[in-house]
Design a protein around this ligand. Structure first.
Ligand SMILES: Cc1cc2nc3c(=O)[nH]c(=O)nc-3n(C[C@H](O)[C@H](O)[C@H](O)COP(=O)(O)OP(=O)(O)OC[C@H]3O[C@@H](n4cnc5c(N)ncnc54)[C@H](O)[C@@H]3O)c2cc1C
Length: 306
């Protein structure tokens, strides 16, 4: 089921046709408050009362003209101003291929540097997503360049990739901000762990490596980008054993997933950030959410019927 859903996520014909169907638009609402940024900002305001901060991403990837990437950069600059105007503790997370990385890496770097500089004016981090494994080395090299001039930038790394342990050792001297996730794409066994057990075991080992970096004096920002509360609590215990508080990392979860746990963790003193996605290009992203938990397909069908 996971592989079929990930294949559907990549299929061009489905990508063009499925989102036009009313029932698909209705089903996606569970993971997305709306297609425009105002809906995302409104949703973030509601989380304030629960002590949950926010993070925003406009859906879309692999633009095919540099002007499209330029427009996305302008959109995010305006969004950063809107976040500030509404006095939200909100950050943004961007996909490099949405900013034109496939077409012009230096231009994309200039975009992210401008976004990071605007984010820095209000003490915020600019997060860079990690895409499929074909982009892993390029994205890490890109982050090394961005971080050199923009210390407030952070990068997503995936625990399913074999290479990530070495990537963390490579990045630690830069005092990185890392959002650790399990990984959302279909990757071959030569590059990625294939079982949940192996991906989870590596997740904890990588989080511990980053916490050890913090304990040893590096300035490490750690975001646990997972809904796996069991792993979060395991990592919190390891942090305590190292003499680090549970605020030495942030829990980052997606809008619409495990909201009860997000509120509970915030009540218990964890730093919780909710990633809210919006935009018209939601199809591949939505299919990846279904693939993460095939039971969601049943849920989606129920929403369509109900
Ligand atoms: C803030 C954030 C940013 C991310 N950024 C990236 C990125 O840049 N690149 C990338 O490759 N991936 C990214 N991801 C996705 C990530 O890689 C995983 O695919 C996703 O988080 C699901 O894995 P999990 O860690 O929640 O663990 P899982 O083992 O999949 O799930 C743990 C538990 O959480 C619940 N759960 C998980 N997913 C769902 C869901 N879709 N619907 C309902 N319940 C669910 C289930 O109860 C499940 O038992 C991001 C995830 C988050 C939270």
């Amino acid at each position: 089921m996971r592989r079929i859903l990930l294949w559907m996520a990549r299929n061009r014909w489905l990508r063009e046709h499925l989102p036009r169907l009313w029932f698909a638009r209705r089903a996606v609402r569970r993971f997305m408050p709306g297609e425009d940024s105002a809906s995302a900002l409104d949703a973030a305001e509601k989380f304030k009362a629960d002590g949950i901060t926010s993070e925003f991403t406009r859906l879309g990837e692999n633009v095919t003209a540099v002007e499209e990437g330029d427009a996305v950069a302008e959109h995010y600059l305006a969004l950063l101003d809107d976040i500030q105007a509404r006095r939200l503790d909100g950050e943004i997370s961007v996909k490099l291929t949405q900013l034109g990385y496939d077409l012009d890496v230096d231009r994309t770097l200039a975009h992210t540097a401008r976004l990071a500089a605007r984010a820095a004016e209000h003490g915020r981090t600019l997060w860079v997503d990690m895409e499929g494994s074909a982009y892993a080395e390029g994205t890490i090299a890109f982050y090394e360049r961005l971080k050199a001039t923009n210390p407030n930038s952070g990068l997503c790394l995936q625990s399913y990739l074999h290479r990530t342990a070495a990537d963390i050792q490579r990045l630690l001297p830069l005092d990185p901000a890392i959002r650790l996730v399990k990984g959302a794409y279909a990757e071959p066994a030569s590059l990625a762990y294939q079982t949940k057990h192996d991906v989870d075991t590596n997740y904890v080992a990588l989080a511990v490596a980053l916490l050890e970096g913090a304990r040893d004096g590096r300035k490490v920002g750690l975001g646990l980008g997972t809904h796996d509360v069991r792993l979060i609590e395991q990592i919190a215990e390891q942090a305590t054993a190292m003499g680090l508080p549970k605020t030495s990392f942030e829990v980052q979860m997606l809008y619409g997933i495990r909201m009860d746990e997000q509120r509970r963790l915030a009540r218990e003193g964890y730093l919780v950030r909710n990633l809210i996605a919006y935009g018209e290009a939601w199809y591949p992203w939505y299919m990846r959410r279904l693939a993460e938990r095939p039971a969601n397909v049943i849920f989606a069908l129920r929403q369509i019927i109900g």
